[in-house]
Write a protein that binds this ligand. Sequence first.
Ligand SMILES: Cc1cc2nc3c(=O)[nH]c(=O)nc-3n(C[C@H](O)[C@H](O)[C@H](O)COP(=O)(O)OP(=O)(O)OC[C@H]3O[C@@H](n4cnc5c(N)ncnc54)[C@H](O)[C@@H]3O)c2cc1C
Length: 575
Amino acid sequence: MLEHDVIIVGGGLAGCRAAVEIARTNPSLNVAVVAKTHPIRSHSVAAQGGIAATLKNVDSSDSWEAHAFDTVKGSDYLADQDAVEILTREAPDVVIDLEHMGVLFSRLSDGRIAQRAFGGHSHNRTCYAADKTGHAILHELVNNLRRYGVQIYQEWYVMRLILEDGQAKGVVMYRILDGRLEVVRAKAVMFATGGYGRVYNTTSNDYASTGDGLAMTALAGLPLEDMEFVQFHPTGLYPVGVLISEAVRGEGAYLINSDGERFMARYAPSRMELAPRDITSRAIAYEIRAGRGINPDGSAGGPFVHLDLRHLGKEKIMSRIPFCWEEAHRLVGVDAITEPIPVRPTIHYCMGGIPVNTNGQVRSSGENFVEGFFAAGETACVSVHGANRLGSNSLLECVVYGRRTGAAIAQYVQDRKFPTVDEQLYLRQAQQKLQSLLDQGGKYRINQVRQAFQDTMTEYCGVFRTEELMRQGWEKLQQLQQQYTEIYLDDKGSCWNTEILEALELENLIVVGQMILSSALNRQESRGAHFREDYPERDDVNFLKHTMAYYSPAGIDIQYRPVTITMFQPQERKY
Ligand SMILES: Cc1cc2nc3c(=O)[nH]c(=O)nc-3n(C[C@H](O)[C@H](O)[C@H](O)COP(=O)(O)OP(=O)(O)OC[C@H]3O[C@@H](n4cnc5c(N)ncnc54)[C@H](O)[C@@H]3O)c2cc1C
C-alpha cells in the first residue's frame, strides 16, 4: 500500500497551490499530487482572461470592499459573505506571491502588473498574461512542485474515495499506462478535481472535466452544494463551443444581432457587453429565440450572434488577445481583424460543488465536518460565487483557497496518525468493478450513451428551465442510467485502455447530471444562472439558502443550509 501524509487529487491551480503551501509550511511532510492528465494539461492551463485582485495599478479608487460587493451582487446574493471577504482581501497578496514565484504577468509601461476590465466588475482589476493567464500561472506552480519535492503521480485515475466512519482515509487509483491498481492511505485527502463541463454537449471545458471528484464524494454518501447553478459563458465559438474569452469584451468588443444592433442595451444598459455572464448568456439566448440570431450565410434566424472586434484594430487585438484571434482563425476560419466572430453560450463553470468551510474542510452536513477530507478550486463550494460567478474570480478562488486549504492541511496532519485501511478489500472491489465492465456483454457503445446523456442535460436542464421539462429530463436520465449497465467495451487490455476510463467517467457524469437536475427541480425560483420560466422571480423568502443534495441509488434527498450574510443585504440586481 502506498502511503503519503497528504494525497491531493488534481494537478490544476487549486491542487498545485495547496501542495506548494503544505511544502512551504512544513517541508518534512510527504505530499503527493495525483492527476489523470499531466498536471500542466489540467483545465486551468486553458484559462485566458485573467485573475482579479485590487492592486489599484490602473484604478486607484478600487478597494477590496468594492470587489466584495461586485462578487456578492454577481452571485445574486447567494455567496457566503465571510468567504467572499477572505477571497477579496487576500487577492492582492496571492497575486504578488505568484509574481514572486515567477509568473509572467502582462505589464504597464512603468513595469507594474497590468489590469483590465471584466464582466460584472466595477473597476479595472483583472490581472493577466495576455490571454494565456492560466498557462502562465500553472506552469510556474508545477515548476514549484518539483522544486519542493512534491511527488507527482501523473496519468493515474482516482476511482474511489476511501471513507469509513466519517473519516477519509485515502483513495484507490488506477495507472492508465498499464492498468495497475494501488490503494493510497493518507492522513489527509484533498480533492481539487475541477469542473464537469462534459455533462453538457457544448462546453468550453477540456475532455477531462467530467466531475469525478463530485461523483466520488456523492457516491461516498456526502452532500453536494448548489449543483443547480451551472454557468453558461456567453461567447462560445460557434459551432465548436470553445471559449472566446471575456477579455475580448473587456477590451471593448461588441455583441451584435442580425439587425446589426448592440442588443445588450435592452438587457443591461449600464454595463452593456460587460454585464455578468448569466445576464449576457440569457440575452443572447433570447435574441436567438426571437429570430434575431445569425446564420452562416449571414441571414437572420440563425443559431449564433456576432462578437465584433473590428473597431479595436489589429495592434490591440494581436497584443492583448492574440490567442482568441488565433482560435477563431484556426477553428472556424474567421480573421477577427476584418470579420466578426460567430458566438453563442457554452457551458463553462460549476458554481456548486463539494461543500467546504473557509479552511477547505469538507462538510458532512450543514455544520458537521468529515475528518481528513479537504477540497478547493472549482470542485469545491465555499461559496464565493453563489448563483453566478464573475469572470476572473475563479483563478483567484483556486489560489486563495488552495493556499488556505494547504495551510490548514499542514496543521491538521501534525496531530493525526495514519488510518488503518484494509488494502486487499479495496483492491478486490476495484478489480471486480473493472472486470465486470470488461466482461459485460451489452448492446450500447459508450459514446452513444454519453452523447444521449449530454443532449438530455442540454435540452432539459439548460439556460431556460421549467418543472415539466426537467421532469421529462429526469425520466430520460433514469433510462440512460439503465443503458449504462448495458454498455460494452471493445478494448479488453490493460495497456492505455481509454475505454475503461471513459466508462468510469460516464458513470460519474450521470451521477453529477442527476444531482444538477434534482437540485434544479427543487429550487422554485430564478437566481443567477438558474432560470426557471415557471418561477421567473428571485424568491428570498423561500430560497435565500444553499441546496445540500445527498445521493443514494434510491433517490436524491434535498436539504438546505443558510447563507452567511455579513456585509451586504440582498437588493434587486440591476446593471
Ligand atoms: C477555457 C476556459 C477559460 C477560463 N478562463 C478563466 C479566466 O480567465 N479567469 C478565471 O478566473 N477563470 C477562468 N476559467 C475557470 C478556471 O480556469 C477554472 O475554474 C480553474 O482553473 C479550475 O482549477 P482547478 O484547479 O479547480 O481544476 P482543474 O484545473 O480543472 O484541474 C483538475 C485536475 O484534477 C484532475 N482530475 C480530475 N479527476 C481526476 C481523477 N478521477 N483522478 C485523478 N485526477 C483527476 C485533472 O487531471 C486535473 O489535474 C476558465 C475556464 C475555462 C474552461
